[in-house]
Design a protein around this ligand. Structure first.
Ligand code: HEC
Length: 121
């Protein structure tokens, strides 16, 4: 009986550590994000994140400038939702069907490395 208890405890501990470790990469890797950004986002948002990419001439709504206070004061969650679901009435469509949650986190980490979150702008 005692043995079984240890067994169960062991399985629980391993399970818990496993899920904690699995949670780690959820934070996003800027290096992976950079590749995604260059491929999918820089055309509009610009290599430096200033919103002046080469594809913007025909856009009615200009892309967000990530370096500006308007974007920097937004939380990671705000930006995450904009990427996942898109921005209404703008050419920024949602990426949920093309990028995994992990890839969206990676690309956001990269954007935040160009333009860190700054609550006072
Ligand atoms: C077709 C051009 C285009 C492409 C491609 C594009 N965006 Fe956008 N993006 C926009 C526009 C336009 C907006 C809306 C700006 C506004 O609301 O003023 C926007 C808004 C955003 C916002 C919200 C910013 C804020 O301050 O609210 C984020 C985050 C974002 N884009 C990330 C991305 C990422 C990541 C990619 C690549 C996976 C991407 N965009 C690709 C045009 C584009």
């Amino acid at each position: 009986m005692r043995r079984n208890m240890w067994g169960i405890l062991c399985v629980l501990t391993v399970g818990l550590c496993g899920s904690l470790m699995a949670a780690e990469p959820q934070q996003g890797t800027p290096k992976k994000g950079e590749a995604i950004y260059v491929q999918h986002c820089a055309g509009c948002h610009g290599t430096s994140g200033d919103g002046l990419g080469p594809d913007i001439k025909e856009l009615i709504v200009p892309p967000a400038n990530f370096l500006a206070p308007k974007s920097r004061t937004k939380t990671d969650m705000d930006l995450y939702l904009a990427v996942k679901q898109g921005v209404l009435f703008s050419p920024m469509h949602g990426w949920a069907d093309r990028l995994s949650d992990q890839e969206i986190r990676d690309v956001l980490r990269y954007i935040r490395s160009l333009a860190p979150f700054n609550p006072i702008g």
